[in-house]
Design a protein around this ligand. Structure first.
Ligand code: GLA
Length: 430
């Protein structure tokens, strides 16, 4: 952004000089000016910056040229600082605090892609945005092919996540396995007698067997083939939901786990996960809006916690700039830690309503509060072990209209990135 300003300021200077030299602006000069502007824009685009040359250019023309020279000098200093920032690696910066993760859609998990270097430089933990969810791992054809064999023991396959596994191995990244038991992205056919979409739902007993074997098959596959690769498992996602839940807030609406197993399905998932997980696979409950339902989460997980079935709580953290991060959010992190849970931030993004410098700065401040706060809590000894952003760049975000991530559509550093890297230029104020 700063580099853009410098170039545009220089453009402005050139324009002012041109106008001064020629007295009045004729058609030819306009052509010359716009050609020049185009040339600058093209260069910028090649380096990945998006420019709004016209607006910034006209602002510059109105300024006095001496003032501009000074500004240009100041900006040049900033440019140097910014290029220093471009060398910062979040993974490196936080290596003594927590892992820094990214959730990637399948097309970005590609060796040889233009973002491969950026990903491997910035992150040391990887989450598949979709490829390790039940609808990716369950194999309907194989389930239906031999019902005698699969009735209680669902068939799984790992074709969809192979690229991500290879990517992680190639770059020495660890994987968060997201997610085993969830009401969403889990096919309806998984819950029926004959593994067809409209079949009759199976009994609680049968579904518990399927749950156990599904968890067993998935965890055993990783244990046997890639020991040590999975460091955290989202055993259950989004089971506590006041608006869509029963009288105890257990997710009931559109939830086949609830329909078949019943209101303790999330607890059962931890029973089986503990049975088959290795010691280095930490078991997590993952949810959104944790700051508004932390007490309910804690009380629902208490039994699993007492029995040693769960290690941590994953806070999704899909946030907005109006959210109170400094007090409400960080107090929730503290509350979970103080209950004896490890905490991971699992799906971080902070949305803004529209893209402009003010909102970019607002967003950056929130990122700063969050990262600075987590680091402080970590330094006080609280077990915050991983922070994952839900996507690499704004173009590949599920909230792309809210520009919520650390890199822009061209994979360029945003103020949000500098804030996450604890830039002194960005104040940590709400
Ligand atoms: C939830 C899930 C994620 C993802 C997002 C939307 O937060 O946990 O897996 O599906 O919704 O992208």
């Amino acid at each position: 952004m700063k580099k853009k300003s410098v170039i545009l300021l220089i453009m402005g200077l050139q324009l002012t000089m041109l106008m001064g030299a020629c007295g009045n602006k004729n058609q030819e000069e306009s052509v010359q000016v716009s050609t020049e502007a185009f040339a600058v824009e093209s260069t910028e685009t090649q380096t990945g910056e998006s420019v709004t040359a016209e607006t910034e250019e006209s602002e510059t023309i109105e300024t006095d040229s001496n003032e501009k020279e000074n500004e240009t000098k100041m900006e040049e200093t900033d440019v140097k600082e910014e290029s220093d920032f471009a060398n910062v690696s979040l993974a490196e910066l936080y290596k003594d605090d927590f892992l820094i993760g990214v959730a990637l859609p399948d097309p970005l998990c590609k060796q040889g892609s233009e973002v491969e270097e950026l990903i491997s430089k910035q992150f040391n933990s990887l989450t598949c945005e979709n490829e390790m969810k039940p609808d990716s791992l369950l194999d309907q054809k194989a389930c239906q092919a031999d019902l005698n064999e699969t009735y209680e023991n669902p068939a799984v396959h790992f074709d969809n996540c192979q690229k991500a596994i290879d990517f992680a191995l190639a770059h020495d990244m660890k994987i968060r396995l997201h997610t085993l038991v969830w009401h969403s992205q889990t096919p309806d056919w998984f819950f029926t007698e004959d593994y067809t979409k409209d079949g009759e739902l199976v009994s609680r007993e049968v579904m518990l067997k399927r749950m156990e074997n599904y968890i067993k098959n998935v965890l055993t596959y990783f244990e046997e083939n890639y020991p040590g690769l999975i460091y955290a498992v989202d055993v259950c996602n989004e089971a506590i939901d006041e608006g869509n839940g029963d009288e105890n807030w257990v997710r009931k609406v559109d939830n086949k786990w609830y329909d078949t197993v019943g209101d303790d399905y999330y607890y059962q998932a931890f029973v089986f996960a503990r049975k088959y997980a290795t010691e280095d696979m930490k078991l997590f409950y993952n949810d959104y809006g944790c700051s508004s339902k932390s007490e309910q989460i804690i009380s629902h997980l208490a039994k699993a916690k007492e029995e040693g079935l769960i290690d941590g709580i994953g806070m999704q953290s899909h946030l907005k700039t109006s959210d109170n991060i400094g007090v409400k959010y960080l107090n929730t992190v503290k509350a979970f830690c103080d209950e004896g849970y490890e905490v991971q931030v699992t799906e971080l993004d902070i949305g803004i309503s529209e893209k402009n410098e003010t909102n970019y700065l607002r967003q950056a401040r929130k990122y700063k509060i969050l990262f600075e706060g987590l680091k402080e809590l970590r330094e006080e000894g609280r077990p915050i072990t991983s922070v994952t952003v839900w996507g690499l760049d704004d173009a590949h975000s599920w909230r792309k209209k809210e520009y919520p991530l650390l890199f822009d559509e061209q994979h360029e550093i945003k103020p949000a990135f500098e804030a996450a890297a604890l830039s002194e230029k960005i104040p940590a104020i709400e």
